[in-house]
Design a protein around this ligand. Sequence first.
Ligand SMILES: C[C@H](O)[C@H](O)[C@@H](O)C(=O)CO
Ligand SMILES: [Mn+2]
Length: 417
Amino acid sequence: MTTTISYEQAKAYYEQWGVNVDLALKQLNQIPISIHCWQGDDISGFETIKSELSGGIDVTGNYPGKARNGDELRSDLEKALSLIPGKHRVNLHAIYAETNGQFVDRDEILPEHFAKWVDWAKQNGLGLDFNPTLFSHEKANDGLTLSHPDEHIRQFWIDHCIASRKIGEYFGKELGTPCLTNIWIPDGYKDIPSDRLTPRVRLKESLDTIFEYKTDEKYNIDAVESKLFGLGSESYVVGSHEFYLSYAQQNNKLCLLDTGHFHPTETISNKISTMLLFNEKVALHVSRPVRWDSDHVVILDDELKEIALEIVRNNAIERVLIGLDFFDASINRIAAWIIGTRNMIKALLYALLIPHNYLKELQEQGNFTERLALIEEFKTYPFGAIWDHYCEISNVPIREKWLQEVQIYEKDILSKR
Ligand SMILES: C[C@H](O)[C@H](O)[C@@H](O)C(=O)CO
Ligand SMILES: [Mn+2]
């Protein structure tokens, strides 16, 4: 069934307001979303000595068919990518190194351990992003890494982060698109600390040492990700938002905002404009916190739309690097990727179809009645027909038709694992 007629009608509704729908679709097509590989295997990774998931994060659910190795994970990602419109990126963690069964500790990982990912990314026209993994390891068992009182443990994680940035640089060189290498650490305390400063002094020193090793920004971009609390670090997290906001500013690094890493009613949409005013770029981990940093699959809710509106109306499409960060093991993992990523793209399309200049003018004039009336009316404009058209011209299934393909893949592939 074609959607052309309803698309033309829908387009006319938006064009009345001066919205150039064809241009919006072109812009949308150029926004890469960095899709996190770890939804595909519940953040297990491929290390020869596997540790339990730690770091104050948790994956719940036991849906069958999770990827057990690189080939399976790449095949699952390919399936998901084939059902998502646009050209995107894949975000890896260090635990996804492939070492041919040899034990390689985290401080010794090398670009060659990611050669299969790079070959695959080349074949599929994808960019790669990267994260050192400072959890699920015996040297992170007490929940402390770069701020650890023991200098040998700190050094181990410093070496891991430097090794990771070299891998990021290798990705950027090989793939012709810079890799975002993002450092997140779990460090914190369950109970009220007697000293908040000393661990932060150590974290700052560790980061300074990590960044003393210079990478070429053409190939590798560094980011630091904050957090408010985790499981077991409810009272204090060393790498708080203020810590990294200040660190990133002072050291010309990107500050990464994860939507699940703030107080439950605090939104990151309200932070983007300020951060854009004082920083060249901002990075995001879009997730969905339900009561806590639960990393539920991203849905098309008000906050997601508001994030997209902030990116689009502030002309910041190239300045906000959008990554996803959710993990749900209670549903088909490929469907999880598709639902979350399609929702992120839908939110961006929604934002691209709003007459922002007119709404901004209304605000300047103090015409809050018309501002509210239009914002609300645009919510029920025929957005779905434009989305369907975008899927159609992108050669991916429209509406829920992608689900059949996932069900077939589940029957043929996942159920046999
Ligand atoms: C896998 C983690 O979600 C990730 O590294 C980090 O970005 C995070 O958000 C921890 O809560
Ligand atoms: Mn995150």
